[in-house]
Design a protein around this ligand. Structure first.
Ligand SMILES: Nc1ncnc2c1ncn2[C@@H]1O[C@H](COP(=O)(O)OP(=O)(O)O)[C@@H](O)[C@H]1O
Ligand SMILES: [Mg+2]
Length: 298
């Protein structure tokens, strides 16, 4: 179980390091094994910072972040269980080496004792598990493979570890629509294996596809979170509503979303409070005045 409890990240900013930016402000949520949590919000809202803190790539300024009750401690044992896959798969490969070198690195670090034949079998199985044909992808150079294939190889690499949690940061952003669905189906498969997944996206339509929980972030603060069906069936925060309205529906004419309506609790910016209010079981919203603040959009 991944648990974030009032997790805050403040970056030093400004020419002389004098200023600071609170990129993530007292964020709390959990992700259980076998559960996909989607983290949604516009660019700059702090999503990647949360992913990087979970992966131990950046420190937590305050609050606690634990996996199975233990604090994140980057190192070999930790990365056996927690891995990240990111938006641009090309950046994870060295163009002068064959793409399957990423598997060799895993072998060297984590499975040095496995004999060649057995290792080759494991790699083939992992590659098949991500629905790639080993004959078509192994031995190729990154430029000979598509973005979707490279992305899937990275997921296959993660499968060669005893993974319990995967951070997937905008992994479908660079893929075309049909490949995107394939990768999402893959994540659904990981979930069936009992992995927890943090699915970070700015694209609300896809995030809802497989997540049981949704966390909506705005400028570092959670504006609404809860059971995906409840949240999207009955979105309470104007920001969530705006996100929903921005999803084009094929059978309806385009109706541009209106800007977020201001209110004492959710101005133009982030909510004025980081306290969340439970409006129904498993459905939390940032404005303590909702649902009857009287200023929510119809
Ligand atoms: N290393 C850093 N140093 C200073 N500010 C940063 C750093 N990384 C991110 N930020 C700032 O933190 C905020 C959140 O960024 P990020 O987590 O990348 O958001 P998102 O992934 O939602 O686009 C942004 O204002 C960004 O400029
Ligand atoms: Mg990001």
């Amino acid at each position: 179980m991944l648990t974030l409890d009032h997790v805050t990240k403040t970056y030093r900013a400004g020419a002389f390091g004098g200023g600071s930016v609170t990129a993530v402000d007292r964020v709390s949520f959990t992700a259980a094994p076998g559960e996909v949590v989607s983290l949604i919000g516009e660019s700059g809202s702090g999503k990647s910072t949360i992913g990087r803190m979970i992966l131990g790539l950046t420190g937590v300024s305050s609050g606690t972040l634990t996996l199975d009750g233990q604090r994140v401690r980057p190192g070999k044992d930790f990365y056996r269980r927690v891995q990240g896959v990111f938006q641009d798969p090309f950046s994870c490969y060295n163009p002068v080496f064959r793409a399957d070198r990423v598997f060799d690195l895993v072998r060297r670090a984590y499975h040095p004792g496995v004999p060649d034949k057995e290792w080759a079998d494991r790699v083939e199985k992992a590659v098949r598990d991500v629905r790639l044909d080993p004959a078509q992808v192994l031995g190729r150079y990154p430029h000979q493979l598509s973005g979707g294939q490279l992305q899937r190889l990275l997921i296959a690499r993660a499968l060669l570890l005893d993974l319990s949690f995967l951070v997937a940061d905008e992994i479908t952003s660079m893929l075309d629509a049909s490949t995107r669905i394939d990768v999402l189906n893959l994540l659904a498969g990981l979930k069936e294996r009992g992995l927890g997944v943090l699915y970070i996206t700015h694209d609300l339509a896809l995030g809802t596809y497989l997540a049981e929980k949704t966390v909506v972030l705005r400028r570092g603060r959670i504006v609404e979170r809860g059971d995906t069906h409840k949240l999207f069936g009955n979105p309470l925060h104007p920001y969530t509503r705006t996100l929903l309205a921005a999803v084009p529906r094929l059978n309806q004419p385009w109706d541009p979303p209106q800007p977020v309506e201001s209110c004492a609790f959710h101005e133009a910016g982030p909510p004025a409070t980081t306290d969340l209010y439970e409006t129904e079981p498993d459905h939390f919203v940032a404005c303590a005045q909702l649902p009857d603040c009287g200023r929510t959009p119809a």
